[in-house]
Write a protein that binds this ligand. Structure first.
Ligand code: TYD
Ligand code: MG
Length: 414
């Protein structure tokens, strides 16, 4: 009997969510806000989803507040509640004026208590809420200082519930520290719907905003911006800027085509290989994973007999971009060999392909897309994996040179 009562008591909570056949699940209308900021819209999967929560993360000073301020202008006349925990409303307004984004649809609130923020949100019914930054926020019922893991989690959870209840889009700004994760926004990645990471060197004018997670769109999509005196300017053709300073015919340089999300981008990969003066040879890489560099060096040594053990190797992806696609391998290997032997890669070539541990050239996806972008940027010959030729639709204006091994790649230098 007792057991029965127990079961009865539990039933209502079980009934709250009922399993539904997939075909009767209602999707409803996808309520996206198309901001008119083309790069941001594409990154978000075609506009900002109402009722969702996004994290905008990056190093201090990279441009998060700038982007969020511009968002206010993008979505005008929709109401934006801009909550600032770091700067005074005056500072935010001064920046907004500089950006031409001091529009009346943006309500400024200098507050760090999430309970007060929710009150303000209830009163003003905003379409977009910006929290700058999540590290400065606290929840009165939670122990610990603002910025601690428990505070960050709880504040984000509260704001997420509010986003859903109010059908507003919430943006959380989060600073990442160089050393990474401690109490940083990484603890939020699994919780939020979209994670946008700001990349790029503060010393370069270019900023890459990368969607590393998106419940409503493709991931690894990138948006490219240039930081100017009057804010972030959208760069609609990133290949152009990443190749802008290239000097054709130089040894140690080659051009690759990487696909970031749905967008192909041409980038120059530079290597400098010099004899080690003493001690252990140096290896340094900016823009690619240092472990990938080590691996490619090992392949070049073992399979091609390149004597890199007595050389320092420096690798740089021009423009401050970060590549994490293996299709960049051919370019990395070619630049290293080119610098070592002081033989240039012909300027008309674009290199596309992954290298395996056996020195074999492995296939890549979206080859046609890459070829079309290369053609657009004036390249006339593409070095591609032989295996990727199957079913490939030829692109007029681009000659194909298919290879199977690193040896064939090195044979192209000179
Ligand atoms: P900011 O958006 O405040 O960085 P974050 O919020 O990520 O910490 O941007 C800071 C840098 O951007 C700062 O060094 C100045 C520069 N900046 C410009 O170059 N032009 C501009 O129009 C603005 C607003 C900032
Ligand atoms: Mg800021």
């Amino acid at each position: 009997m007792v057991e029965e009562t127990g079961k009865e008591a539990k039933r209502p909570s079980l009934r709250r969510a009922q399993p539904q056949p997939m075909d009767v699940v209602e999707i409803g209308e996808m309520p996206r806000i198309v901001t008119g900021g083309a790069e941001l819209d594409r990154l978000m999967g075609g506009g900002i989803m109402r009722g969702s929560i996004a994290l905008v993360a990056g190093d201090p000073g990279i441009g998060k507040s700038t982007l969020m301020t511009e968002l206010g202008r993008y979505v005008d006349p929709l109401t934006v509640l801009y909550v600032t925990g770091e700067e005074s409303p005056r500072q935010v307004k001064l920046r907004a004026q500089r950006l031409g984004a001091a529009t009346a649809n943006v309500l400024l609130l200098a507050e760090t208590d999430t309970a007060h923020i929710l009150d303000a949100a209830e009163d003003t019914a905003p379409d977009v809420v910006i929290i700058d930054s999540i590290q400065t926020m606290y929840h009165p019922d939670v122990q610990g200082a603002a910025g601690s893991v428990s505070q960050i989690r709880e504040c984000a959870a509260v704001l997420m519930r509010a986003a859903k209840a109010m059908n507003a889009a919430v943006f959380l700004v989060g600073h990442v520290t160089k050393t990474g994760s401690i109490a940083g926004p990484r603890v939020l990645e699994h919780l939020v719907d979209t994670v946008l990471y700001f990349e790029g060197d503060r010393h370069h004018g270019y900023r890459v905003l990368r969607a590393v997670k998106n419940r409503f769109g493709s991931t690894n999509e990138i948006g490219v911006f240039e930081m100017t005196g009057t804010g972030l300017r959208e760069v609609s053709n990133p290949s152009e800027i990443f190749l802008a300073e290239r000097q054709a015919g130089l040894s140690g340089s080659s051009v690759i085509c990487s696909v970031e999300g749905t967008r192909p981008v041409l980038v120059e990969v530079q290597a400098l290989v010099t004899p080690t003066s003493y001690g252990t040879p140096q290896r340094a890489a900016t823009g690619i994973d240092p472990r990938r560099l080590q691996l490619l060096l090992a392949v070049l040594e073992k399979r091609e007999g390149l004597s890199l053990g007595g050389h320092d190797v420096f690798l740089n992806v021009a423009g401050g971009v970060r590549l994490d696609e293996p299709a960049a391998d051919l370019g990395v290997a070619a630049s290293i060999a080119s610098s070592l032997h002081d033989l240039a890669m012909a300027a008309e070539n674009v290199l596309i392909g992954e290298i395996g541990l056996g020195g074999e050239v492995r296939g890549v996806s979206k080859l046609e897309l890459r070829l079309r972008e290369s053609e657009k940027m004036g390249f006339t010959r593409a070095i591609v994996p032989k295996i990727s030729l199957q079913g490939l639709v030829p692109v007029p204006g681009i000659k194909i040179h298919a290879i199977e091994s690193v040896s064939e790649l090195l044979g192209l230098l000179g």
